[in-house]
Design a protein around this ligand. Structure first.
Ligand code: GLA
Length: 413
């Protein structure tokens, strides 16, 4: 009997050793939850500076984020885009370019954290970044550990030089690596919408690019030969059909802001910012925060427009109607409020009479109805920053070309 028991015990031990080995760690392919519950807000170096990044400039940008009032308005992330990289060492660990970042990334992260801000960095799922720097392919876990040890808070992960990779698998790999490294890091999926990341990205990352790169014009296409960059209107039209995928912790990303980069007029900047607010898009400024004319900082720090973007319900807005050159965009907000944006896509001024009493605005996605015939809403003009009547009277407006009127509607008690 004892021999029989010994035998059983030995086979049990053998069994667990053979079949248990390697099974005691299971990869976690799910992003960190609880991050980016409203669209991320911050600044990124690419749109204005492309590859010209260094630690002095990043520090100055963190300083400017505070002194310009951007931090107070809700912007948090200082994100270094492409070209911060030096080489990998003989063990494969990545280092920043020693000339541009002589103090190292940990010191930079400490500086940025000292300002009450967060630091973001950039890598690529392929062998090289789009700017030809070392990519993370084959080094995912090592890179994630390195970023965590530096104190990085946000990773934008690009899609150049990814021959043979499948996007969902590649992004799940970096997610598993970030989980393993243990530091909660926002993951920005940047594969330009090629593989429909909205269909698989919700558990993997916190935001995903829906399009190719933005270009600083209102309504144009920039043909770069092998790839195209898109104006604000072109990007807007590419968001059709995607709003159902967005929500707290997982956002459609129509790319970073071009506000203040010179390609747009003041009204176009205002329209661009308003549309990104209506789309619940990440608000990642892309201009030089150190030299902002007042009309630009007034746009970027308009708290009530930002509140439309940051509304806790996280419902992406939708196009309700088109009247000639004017589009009417609607976004349901908390407390039975609504944001309504009238966008004039034409170059000439456009006139509109909008009789709230005759419009029944239904949002089947959020199951909300804006019916001004059964309740009265007050209107606040968010750019003029003043109350302007209520929904008992029709709205009569003349919208300059490439401009918007943006209102918050609040239910009257
Ligand atoms: C791609 C991305 C851009 C930027 C550059 C950097 O084009 O879409 O946002 O990060 O790479 O090289």
């Amino acid at each position: 009997m004892r021999r029989y028991l010994n035998c059983l015990l030995l086979s049990l031990i053998g069994f667990t050793q053979i079949f248990g080995q390697g099974n005691n760690y299971v990869q976690n392919y799910n992003k960190f939850e609880g991050l980016a519950l409203t669209p991320p807000m911050g600044w990124n170096s690419w749109n204005k500076f492309s590859c010209n990044v260094d630690e002095n400039m990043i520090r100055q940008m963190a300083d400017a984020m505070v002194t310009t009032g951007m931090k107070d308005a809700g912007y948090t992330y200082i994100n270094i885009d492409d070209c911060w990289h030096g080489d990998r060492d003989s063990l494969g660990f990545i280092h920043p370019d020693a000339k541009r970042f002589p103090s190292g990334m940990k010191a930079l992260a400490d500086y940025v954290h000292g300002k009450g801000l967060k630091l973001g960095i950039y890598s690529d799922a392929g062998s090289q970044t789009c700017g030809g720097r070392p990519g993370s392919r084959g080094y995912e876990f090592q890179d994630a550990m390195t970023y965590a040890s530096w104190g990085i808070d946000y990773l934008k992960y690009d899609w150049c030089n990814t021959d043979g990779l499948k996007a969902e698998g590649a992004y799940k790999t970096i997610t598993a690596a970030l989980r393993r490294a243990g530091r909660p890091i926002v993951l920005s999926i940047c594969e330009w919408g090629n593989d429909k990341p909205w269909t698989w990205g919700q558990k993997v990352g916190h935001l995903w690019r829906t399009t190719g790169d933005i270009y600083g014009c209102f309504d144009c296409i920039k043909d770069n030969g092998s790839w195209k960059a898109w104006g604000v209107m072109q990007i807007l039209d590419m968001q059709n059909g995607l709003r159902q995928y967005a929500g707290p912790g997982h956002w459609n990303d129509p790319d970073m802001l071009e506000v203040g980069n010179g390609g747009l007029s003041t009204s176009e900047n205002r329209a661009h910012f308003s549309i990104w607010a209506m789309l619940a898009a990440p608000l990642i400024a892309g201009n030089d925060l150190r030299n902002m004319p007042p009309q630009i900082s007034e746009i970027l720090t308009n708290k009530e427009v930002i509140a439309v973007n940051q509304d806790p319900l996280g419902i992406q807005g939708f196009r309700y109607a088109r009247r000639d050159s004017i589009e009417i965009w609607i976004k349901p907000l908390e407390n039975d409020s609504w944001a309504v944006c009238f966008l004039n896509r034409g170059r000439a001024a456009g006139q509109l009479r909008f009789d709230w009493q005759k419009e029944l605005i239904k949002d089947s996605l959020s199951n909300r109805v804006l019916n001004a015939a059964s309740a009265t809403f007050t209107l606040k003009d968010l750019w003029l920053k003043k109350q302007t009547g209520d929904t008992r009277q029709p709205l009569d407006i003349t919208i300059p070309g490439h401009d918007v009127f943006l209102y918050r509607l609040s239910k009257r008690n």
